[in-house]
Design a protein around this ligand. Structure first.
Ligand SMILES: Cc1cc2nc3c(=O)[nH]c(=O)nc-3n(C[C@H](O)[C@H](O)[C@H](O)COP(=O)(O)OP(=O)(O)OC[C@H]3O[C@@H](n4cnc5c(N)ncnc54)[C@H](O)[C@@H]3O)c2cc1C
Length: 469
């Protein structure tokens, strides 16, 4: 960066908010430690006006901009490249909850508010912000929007896209697009906010949003064992029907995934011993009865093996802790070759079985960690190194081939190689390989129209030129 650009940026947002050198370190590596970049500077604006001003300044100096939220993304989208020429723009100082309107069931928040803080603000008004995930203490609303995050309650409430009423975005030319509307109905042309949701910062910087809220209600959950993965869907269908569609979460876990949790945190105990487990949660006024009644009818119909209903909030948290401990357990054991595929609901069990057979046929000694939001058709099919092989070595030598097997199978079953984690840098090649050519061409046209200089998160989501294999 020329000294004059740096000086100009300091003048715009304050010298203390332009970080350089070692102060940038924590913004230069992603959560999984897969991506390491070198930032020219980290910019920490404190208002939408400052974001707009710094974008205009960066553009006038030809500086690439990398929007950076809570840095929990799995695809390297928030990490600068290694050139040392890109500015990371952290939204962490835009961290105010602006309003909560309990009667209208809406809240407006700045983009740097963490998901947990937004949930808490809603809950203080007796309302529920249903987006929930293991990273909620760190991830930010802006990052959730930019990845169209899914998480643990999509089944009932949808993804971030479904929860969004309005957005404010700084465009790549520094203009502010003010669509910070709380209207539930507004058919006045293109719904522009949708362009920025899931765009991974490639079309602009989200600075604020209006989100939908729901009445807060008690949560009740149960741990259920089933005889096979293909018993999950009929069980889910029955529970939805029997509960008046009160099921909010339906999380599948294989015994092998849970074995990793017990291995790494032996103080945790599985409530049931079985090959296939499901965590079911329902919300609602007298949910406890609804949950127990629905489960007992499902048991009479032979749809489940065994069940443990959480009898207290503490037990409910313990059950969820088991589920949420799977990713950290994999990490403690050296990490896995991770996959985030989705397939049509009716194909989930077939995908799990075919994937298992295909992987074990080629790598018979690997450990499999299979779990996911199967109520949404979303399977995390993660592959860990054999016990006698180093994790890094295995991932380096076999990671691509393992992923190839699993992604091509998902594609063959009309599924997606990225259900909820996005594309970032990690999956750009997959988007080229599996994406519809017309859709890719339209994405490139949109990118070129809004960001003709390719300075907004360059190199993320779309490969700069044509297909790469
Ligand atoms: C333990 C764990 C559990 C997880 N569970 C889930 C899960 O259940 N479901 C799920 O969907 N994901 C999950 N994730 C992934 C991750 O938490 C989500 O993708 C999250 O939405 C990312 O938010 P963030 O603020 O950390 O974004 P970052 O990682 O900072 O950025 C992600 C992308 O968004 C862009 N971006 C960030 N902020 C903005 C902004 N204000 N404007 C424009 N672009 C921006 C970045 O440039 C980048 O491309 C999990 C991650 C972890 C570590």
């Amino acid at each position: 960066m020329s000294a004059s650009a740096l000086h100009e940026l300091e003048g715009l947002i304050g010298a203390g908010q332009v970080l350089r050198g070692d102060a940038c370190a924590r913004y230069e590596t992603d959560e999984r430690g897969l991506f390491h970049g070198r930032a020219l500077a980290v910019l920490r604006p404190g208002s939408v006006a400052e974001v707009a001003a710094l974008v205009r300044c960066c553009v006038s100096h030809g500086i690439g901009i990398v929007p950076h939220g809570g840095n929990t993304g799995y695809c390297g989208g928030a990490t600068a490249d290694a050139s040392g020429t890109q500015a990371v723009v952290s939204l962490e100082r835009l961290n105010r909850v602006l309003t909560v309107d309990a009667d209208a069931h809406t809240m407006s928040v700045q983009a740097g508010v963490t998901l947990a803080a937004a949930q808490q603000a809603a809950s203080e008004h007796g309302r529920l912000l249903p987006l929930a995930m293991g990273s909620q203490g760190s991830c930010q609303i802006g990052g959730n929007l930019s990845t169209n995050a899914g998480g643990l309650a999509v089944l009932k409430y949808g993804t971030m896209r479904d929860l969004t009423l309005g957005l404010e975005v700084v465009l790549p030319d520094g203009r502010v697009l003010d669509r910070l509307s709380s209207l539930r109905k507004d058919n006045t042309g293109y719904d522009l906010k949708q362009l920025f949701i899931g765009a991974e910062g490639s079309l602009g910087i989200i600075t604020a949003a209006v989100l939908k809220l729901f009445p807060a209600a008690p949560r009740n959950c149960a741990w259920v064992s089933i005889t096979a993965a293909d018993a999950a869907l009929p069980l889910l269908a029955a529970l939805r029907e029997l509960s008046g569609d009160a099921v909010t979460s339906f999380e599948y876990m294989s015994d092998a995934a849970l074995a990793l949790v017990v291995e790494t945190t032996p103080e945790q105990r599985l409530p049931l011993s079985a090959a296939h487990h499901v965590l079911v949660e329902m919300l609602g006024k007298d949910d406890e009865d609804v949950l127990e009644r629905a489960l007992s009818t499902a048991a009479e119909r032979g749809l489940l093996q065994d069940v443990v209903v959480a009898q207290s909030e503490n037990q409910r948290r313990q059950l969820w802790r088991l589920r949420e401990s799977i990713p950290p357990a994999e990490k403690r054991l050296g990490g896995s070759v991770k996959h985030d595929v989705s397939v049509p609901l009716a194909e989930v069990a077939a995908y799990i079985e075919r994937a298992r057979m295909a992987v074990l046929a080629r790598w018979p000694r690997v450990r499999l960690s299979v779990y996911g939001h199967v109520g949404d058709g979303n399977v995390h099919f993660n592959v860990l190194a054999p016990l006698d092989e180093g994790a890094e070595d295995f991932k380096r030598r076999h990671g691509d081939a393992v992923s190839d097997v699993l992604h091509s199978l998902a594609h063959a079953m009309r599924g997606s190689f990225s259900a909820e984690h996005g594309v970032g840098v990690l999956k750009r090649g997959l988007l080229e390989r599996y994406g519809d050519p017309v859709a890719l061409a339209v994405m490139r046209q949109l990118k070129a129209t809004l960001d003709p200089l390719n300075l907004m998160n360059p190199g993320k989501l779309l490969l700069p030129e044509g297909p790469a294999r």
